[in-house]
Each structure stands twice: as structure tokens, then as C-alpha cells.
Ligand binder design. Structure first.
Ligand code: ZN
Ligand code: ZN
Length: 305
């Protein structure tokens, strides 16, 4: 065992042995109980939970874990933080057969903002997509741990996908990779045919890419999408009796298309986004780092008068 976080051989070899995984699972399950705090399990208690008769084998594998993942203290054994993170990864379903959930394709109940056909939800590997099969527009494409999808009805699945999407994009837009916590900055791309997938932002011109070059985390989004997380937009919705944080992005045309976005300049980039609610418009200007540099509100003229 080593304390070097980049010793990936040691980290992966941990999971190559069933007894070690069982020890992590039992310490994790004890910690995940409704009791607060991180419990210590005595040697005898832990050995009995793991259910290994061979003391020599149990001791050998326990010793391998003690250090970075498991702490040995007077009161017993407990998970250290890296051990907790590993246990959470196991629970999320990343490393097991649960990585292929059985979520059948189903209609979301929202029409495509481009062609009017009905949007569908489906999962692919651990990516969950909200897209239009008729015109191929994709409105949400986000990684959701399998554990968040099982035993939920369709509305529960959509709520989980919405919350997950909001958490990940909020982090990216604020400048931090949601997976490894390194800094990320957006890059603005013009529609140049170089997208890695046909489904990513293919109809947007331009679009933003948040890409963590340390851990591979990435998202392709309309430039206007950053406004979903800005306090001025949240306040605008709040003033109209709506909680923006509760509305899935795929129900907001301004957030998932470039229809509400005007390109003011391209060197450096500057954008204006206009969002209308009832009799009022919220207008925000974004710079090349997608920072909100100006916001205004204006009443919409009633042209019928
Ligand atoms: Zn469509
Ligand atoms: Zn990262």
C-alpha cells in the first residue's frame, strides 16, 4: 500500500481480490448506516461480517488495505476518505454489471424545439440522453450513476437526470471539473464539423466546450446554457413565480438551442441572450469566457394594443 495518489497499479490491484472488496463493502455498509459518524469495527466483528474462515488470508488482505484506504485505530478499523470514495464508486454501480441498466426508451412528454416531434429518453452505457429521434437533436447528454436510476418510475428517472445534469453543468460553468476538481474554462467553437459525436451540439453555431484535460470530463453545450446557473436568471424566474432550478433544461428552448442567442462579436466572442417570461424579457450579455457581463430587464410591448 502506498499513499501516492497516482499509484494507480496499487489502486486497481485492490479491487482484484474479492476479500479486499468484501472488507471495503462491510466497512462502507457500516458507515452508510443511519448512525452518524464513521464507526470502527473490531477485528472480530469485521472478520465475521466479511465471513472469511481463514484468518491468515483475512489478515493478509486487511493488511493490504490498511494505510490509504483503511485506518487501524485502538477502537477498531474504519474507512479513510479514499476508502469512502472507493465505496461510493462501488455503490454508484460504475464497476459492476449495473453499468448497463435496463432503462427502456420512453417519451419524455416534451416536443422537440427544432422539429416538433416528441423527445425520447434513453440510456447508453452510463450516459443518459434526452433527444429527438426524428431530427437527431440532443438536449441532454449526461452521465448518471446507475444507482440513481434503478427502482424509479419514469418521472423519477427524469427528475434524477435533471438533478444530475444541473449538478454537473453548474460545476463546469463555475470553472471546476465535477469529477476531479481541476479548473476548467470554456472554449467557444464555431460549427466546424469536428465534433466527436454527431449528437453533440451539432446544430449549434457557435457552441461551448468544457473539457477537463486532466480526467477526460467534458460537456458540449449551447453558450446560453451557462445562464441556467446564474443568480440573475434564477431571480428573473423567481420574480415570475417559477423555480428555475426545478425546470429540466430540455423544457427551456433558450437553454438547449441557440435560438435566443445573438452573436455580437467573434473576436473576442460576445453574446446576447434574451429570455422572455410573460410580459418581461431578461437580456444577458456574455463574454468569451461565458461570464455574464451585463443584464437588463425590459417590458415586452403588447403589439395587439
Ligand atoms: Zn427534432
Ligand atoms: Zn477533471
Amino acid at each position: 500500500m502506498t499513499d501516492d495518489p497516482l499509484d494507480t497499479d496499487a489502486a486497481f490491484s485492490l479491487l482484484a481480490d474479492e476479500t479486499r472488496v468484501r472488507i471495503l463493502e462491510e466497512l462502507g455498509a457500516a458507515t452508510a448506516s443511519p448512525e452518524t459518524g464513521i464507526p470502527r469495527l473490531s477485528y472480530a466483528d469485521l472478520k465475521s461480517r466479511v465471513d472469511v474462515r481463514d484468518s491468515g488470508r483475512f489478515n493478509y488482505h486487511l493488511t493490504k488495505l490498511v494505510g490509504n484506504y483503511v485506518a487501524k485505530e485502538d477502537e477498531g478499523y474504519r474507512l479513510r476518505w479514499p476508502g469512502l470514495v472507493l465505496y461510493r464508486t462501488l455503490v454508484a454501480g460504475h464497476l459492476t454489471d449495473e453499468a448497463e441498466p435496463a432503462v427502456d426508451r420512453f417519451a419524455v412528454g416534451t416536443d422537440c424545439h427544432r422539429c416538433g416531434d416528441s423527445l425520447e429518453a434513453h440510456s447508453y452505457e452510463t450516459l443518459f440522453r434526452i433527444r429527438c429521434r426524428a431530427c437527431d437533436a440532443t438536449y441532454t447528454d449526461v452521465y448518471v450513476p446507475t444507482h440513481g436510476l434503478v427502482d424509479r418510475d419514469r418521472s423519477g428517472i427524469l427528475a434524477a437526470v435533471h438533478r444530475r445534469s444541473r449538478t454537473i453543468l453548474d460545476s463546469m460553468v463555475s470553472g471546476q471539473c465535477p469529477w476531479c476538481a481541476r479548473d476548467v474554462t470554456p472554449e467557444i467553437h464555431e460549427h466546424d464539423g469536428s465534433l466527436p459525436s454527431l449528437h453533440d451540439a451539432r446544430d449549434l453555431d457557435p457552441y461551448a466546450v468544457y473539457h477537463c484535460t486532466d480526467c477526460t470530463g467534458f460537456q458540449y453545450v449551447p453558450v446560453s446554457r451557462c445562464l441556467l446557473y446564474h443568480p440573475a436568471t434564477v431571480a428573473f424566474y423567481h420574480d415570475h413565480g417559477l423555480d428555475l432550478t426545478e425546470i429540466p433544461a430540455w423544457e427551456l428552448p433558450w437553454a438547449v438551442t441557440d435560438d435566443a442567442t445573438t452573436v455580437l462579436a467573434s473576436d473576442p466572442w460576445r453574446f446576447r441572450v434574451r429570455i422572455e417570461l410573460e410580459d418581461e424579457a431578461f437580456v444577458a450579455e456574455l463574454n468569451d469566457e461565458l461570464e455574464v457581463v451585463d443584464t437588463t430587464r425590459e417590458l415586452i410591448d403588447d403589439i395587439s394594443v
